[in-house]
Design a protein around this ligand. Structure first.
Ligand SMILES: [Cu+2]
Length: 188
């Protein structure tokens, strides 16, 4: 799937401004980056996730900072959600006065292709382990995510750990505590 996107990205040298506009035609592969800023229901920034398309795969770098909604010393389910059903509201909608179970349902289910089951969804990410001080850093490389499918999706950080079992489409990861829409960006 990475190959499909890179085929579109020729090695043409373009200016920084032009490569944004030419992402699907002539952008240099090194320039293809995405970013999501995760926020809690109170709109407080919880962290950032950066995606960078390389020649072979995609590099992902997530950083979280302490937040009242995120439990230290614990893994938290972490996924790319499809954010593809306008009937279910759009992007990252959460009312802090409503039950946690309603938060960020607007981001819809996990990003997936065809009949992929949980644990093998395109949007199933490794889980960040939040440290005692409430911060977390997670950096990994994956070839499962098609860069062409990433823009406009939403990264969700869950309250509970992910069980990665096919029988549970959501991974039993509990309520959605932070959300960020994935947008085109520059690495850095
Ligand atoms: Cu999720």
């Amino acid at each position: 799937m990475i190959r499909k996107a890179l085929t579109l990205a020729t090695a043409t040298v373009v200016t920084a401004t032009a490569s944004v506009l030419l992402f699907n035609s002539q952008a240099n592969a090194h320039d293809v980056t995405f970013r999501a800023t995760l926020r809690d229901p109170q709109d407080k920034v919880v962290g950032t996730v950066k995606f960078r398309v390389t020649h072979h795969a995609m590099e992902v770098d997530a950083r979280l900072k302490p937040n009242d909604n995120v439990t230290p010393n614990q893994f938290h389910g972490f996924h790319i959600h499809a954010n593809n059903d306008p009937l279910n509201e759009e992007d990252c909608q959460a009312d802090p006065d409503e039950p946690q179970s309603t938060w960020f349902m607007s981001a819809d289910g996990h990003l997936k292709e065809g009949l992929q089951e949980h644990g093998a969804h395109m949007g199933d990410l490794p889980s960040p382990l939040v440290m005692a001080d409430g911060t977390a850093r997670l950096a990994f490389t994956t070839d499962r995510i098609d860069p062409g499918d990433l823009k406009g999706t939403a990264v969700i950080l869950h309250k509970d750990p992910d069980d990665f079992r096919p029988a549970t489409p959501t991974g039993n990861a509990g309520p959605r505590m932070a959300c960020g829409v994935v947008r085109r960006a520059w690495w850095g």
